[in-house]
Design a binder for this molecule. Structure first.
Ligand SMILES: [Zn+2]
Length: 131
């Protein structure tokens, strides 16, 4: 039996379904699927510009696990771009937590339930909750 995967924390799921390449028809069979944990890994590293170590902390996964997720999403995006395949966002082992913003380093982050309300990067206690 497969080991049950631990849920990964994400700040939020994308509010759109994916991407369709311009000027391409009949590519339905070549769709690339990106799950929400992969989407979040890309968001944290290449959009929020966190290091992989910081991003792993944010998603509550080990550094090697994070690297696997991150490399997977980059390969998928490269494949879609090079081959002109549509991208669809879908599920994954994720938990969407309420999120917080650190007033000191300005990052947004999630917290595991019942953990102290402290910024995971700078340990600042002054954080704003967003529901
Ligand atoms: Zn902070």
């Amino acid at each position: 039996m497969a080991r049950t995967k631990k849920n990964r924390l994400i700040q939020m799921a994308p509010d759109f379904g994916g991407f369709i390449p311009q000027g391409i028809q009949n590519r339905n069979g070549k769709e690339v699927h990106i799950n929400f944990e992969e989407y979040e890994a890309l968001n944290l590293c290449d959009y929020e510009l966190l290091t992989q170590a910081e991003a792993a902390k944010m998603m509550n996964v080990s550094r090697p696990t994070f690297t696997r997720i991150y490399e997977s999403v980059r390969r998928k995006i490269a494949k879609a771009f090079i081959e002109g395949s549509p991208i669809r966002f879908e599920g994954g082992n994720v938990e969407i937590a309420s999120w917080y913003k650190c007033e000191h380093c300005k990052i947004t982050f999630t917290l595991v339930e019942n953990s102290p309300k402290v910024c995971p990067l700078c340990k600042n206690y002054i954080i704003t909750e967003n529901k």
